[in-house]
Design a protein around this ligand. Structure first.
Ligand SMILES: C[S@@+](CC[C@H](N)C(=O)[O-])C[C@H]1O[C@@H](n2cnc3c(N)ncnc32)[C@H](O)[C@@H]1O
Length: 252
């Protein structure tokens, strides 16, 4: 499973992007000063930590199906109520939350409308459900540089462009189908600086997510060729990788 990896590996690979994205996401939502919040697909806690800073541990709850990520979250934020669950089956009562969020999770839901409908169920009338997804189809995701390098070498290399929500407008359409109203959408950009090529490359080899699975599936020779192609694409260090996510919010 793409997310059956240690929280530390995730932090070095996607956490570099998801931590600043979580802060931007919550700023964009400008949520109420007082709220009870749920982070769905919390991973090791990028967004959970932002919510805890605002509302305190006793008002923030979290869920994720991945045992190593739940362990990492418990170590990082031991006071938070965290439960092992997928978005489509949340172990909370109807209308418990003011704010139910999922950052970079809808891509991985087997049925995004079912997941968002369940997020709506656990949210109070008038409360907010919101999510982010990377622009994978537009090649503006953190994995896009690797993806384009892989395509340079193998036109049939598997990619993430067809994941749910990867195409412009798709996430907002899921919100509509899930019965949310007053839907708003924006783009959020994050930039991550790398001091060396190795600092960028090494996290790609840790087996995190579909891109990490792909790198691990290659023979050593093909992996070296991919690394060399990526180096041509990054150019000389230091360099910056810019990534864009769509954020969508709707009301119950
Ligand atoms: C890219 S990570 C995002 C983690 C975290 N939200 C962040 O921003 O760093 C995707 C997360 O979705 C979780 N996930 C995968 N399928 C899920 C599902 N059906 N419902 C909820 N979470 C899921 C994974 O275990 C993983 O923690």
């Amino acid at each position: 499973m793409a997310f059956d990896v240690a929280g530390d590996a995730y932090g070095r690979f996607m956490g570099r992007y998801s931590e600043p994205l979580a802060a931007r996401f919550v700023d964009w939502l400008s949520p109420p000063a007082e709220a009870v919040a749920l982070d769905v697909g919390c991973g090791p806690g990028a967004l959970t930590a932002v919510l805890v800073d605002r509302y305190g541990s006793d008002r923030v709850h979290a869920a994720d199906p991945s045992p190593p990520f739940l362990k990492a979250l418990q170590e990082r934020l031991p006071e938070v109520d965290v439960r092992q669950a997928a978005a489509a089956q949340l172990p909370w009562e109807d209308g418990e939350f003011d704010l139910t969020l999922a950052s970079l999770v809808v891509h991985f839901m087997p049925d995004p409308v079912a997941g968002l409908t369940e997020m709506r169920r656990v949210t109070k009338p008038g409360g907010v459900v919101a999510a982010t997804v990377w622009d994978l189809a537009g090649q503006r995701a953190p994995v896009s540089l690797l993806r384009l390098a892989a395509l340079d070498l193998d036109r049939r290399a598997p990619g993430e462009e067809a994941l749910p929500g990867a195409v412009r407008g798709q996430l907002a359409a899921y919100f509509d189908k899930a019965g949310l109203v007053q839907i708003e959408e924006t783009e959020l950009e994050v930039a991550v600086a790398y001091q060396s090529f190795e600092e960028w490359w090494e996290p790609n080899t840790l087996g995190v997510g579909p891109a990490g699975d792909y790198v691990r599936s290659l023979t050593p020779q093909k992996r070296d060729a991919l690394r060399d192609r990526c180096r041509e694409r990054t150019g000389e260090a230091p360099f910056e990788i810019r990534s864009t996510a769509w954020a969508v919010a709707g009301r119950v």
